[in-house]
Design a protein around this ligand. Structure first.
Ligand code: XMP
Length: 319
């Protein structure tokens, strides 16, 4: 039975042995996993590591700034911040199929990442915050035909193309263990305790076509929902909470006006590893209060629903 301090020391030795004097590049997603992997690797090899944050414009409100300031100011880890919002949104125009959206984002992410890696003179190793559930879930389920439920977006495909070896120090860990390791490494609590956020970002929380307008509407609604969850002291009791903007418009009434706007779905689940999940039961008037705030404060949404589906048979994300 390992303590996190022992795991940390062992991994640092392992990373040093694997990397030697080589150069490592690490893609940051804004999530806990890649941040913990980067900080651990930085501790092992210092300046041999460069982080690249490809900002696809599909982040939540304020998220890109948080990542950049954590790395540059708090840790002083070299970080290349690429703003690629226009590239991603242009390519997503007209795409509605969930796997087509995921594949476009994964492929484009690789292209942008590759270009940035070239600019900094390349690297011998690629670091990723791959976790144990990522390893099993995106490959196949045993006992039947090999089925891809969702093409998980990390930076798969890069090592072969760029002739780099992988450094994946979190491959044996579950989420709760990554958090414990993050705390062990001194990452701030607001970062370590953060709910998981998928690589393709808000694109998979907008069924149908992703547009800048829809992303902006979703960001506002999501921020209100999360603010209420934090204020109610419920954030840490929930594995993951987020809003989903449905490409469906319904009729409503505001004052003496008829409205015809989008529907928003709220999702919150409890889980221990993301492999199975149950809808969170909010107390009393929480959901109606959030629904009222969102409809009053976010132009473009006039109806709010709550998703009670467990995983399985549902998945946590809607796409
Ligand atoms: P699902 O929707 O498959 O999600 O029940 C399980 C967990 O994985 C997250 N997720 C992703 N994480 N890249 C990631 O890094 C992805 O492409 C991706 N898709 C889903 C999801 O947010 C949940 O925590």
């Amino acid at each position: 039975d390992w303590t996190m301090a022992e795991f940390r020391a062992a991994k640092i030795a392992e990373i040093r042995a694997q990397v030697g004097t080589g150069r490592v590049i690490c893609g940051l997603s804004g999530g806990v996993d890649s941040a913990v992997a980067a900080v651990l690797i930085h501790e092992a090899i210092g300046e041999q590591l460069t982080c690249v944050f490809v900002d696809h414009g599909l982040m939540r409100a304020g998220e890109a700034d948080q990542v950049v300031s954590l790395f540059r100011n708090h840790y002083n880890i070299p970080l290349v911040h690429v703003n690629a919002e226009t590239l991603f949104l242009n390519g997503l125009a007209g795409l509605t199929d969930p796997e087509a959206k995921r594949k476009f984002i994964g492929k484009t992410f690789i292209e942008v990442f590759e270009e940035e890696a070239k600019k900094i003179g390349g690297a011998d190793f690629l670091a990723q915050g791959t976790l144990y559930p990522d390893v099993i879930e995106s490959v196949s389920f045993t006992g039947g035909p090999s089925v891809t439920i969702k093409s998980h977006h990390n930076v798969g495909g890069l090592p072969e193309r760029m002739n780099m070896k992988l450094v994946e120090p979190l491959r044996e860990l579950f989420k709760d263990e990554v958090r414990a390791l993050g705390r062990e490494l001194g990452l701030p609590d607001i970062f370590v305790g953060r709910h998981p956020f998928p690589g393709p970002g808000l694109a998979i929380r907008i069924p149908g076509e992703v547009t800048k307008e829809r992303c902006d509407i979703l960001r506002k609604a999501d921020a209100i929902y999360l603010e209420e969850i934090r204020n109610a002291g419920l954030y840490d009791a929930i594995w993951q909470a987020f809003a989903v903007l449905l490409p469906v418009r319904t009729v409503g009434v505001m004052g003496d006006h008829r409205t015809y706007d989008y529907v928003l779905a709220l999702r919150a689940v409890t889980s221990t590893d993301g492999m199975t999940a149950v809808a969170f039961q909010f107390p009393g008037d929480f959901l109606p209060r959030v629904a009222t705030r969102i409809v009053n404060e976010v132009r473009g949404i006039n109806r709010v629903t709550y998703d009670y589906t467990s995983k399985p048979p549902g998945t946590i994300e809607w796409e």
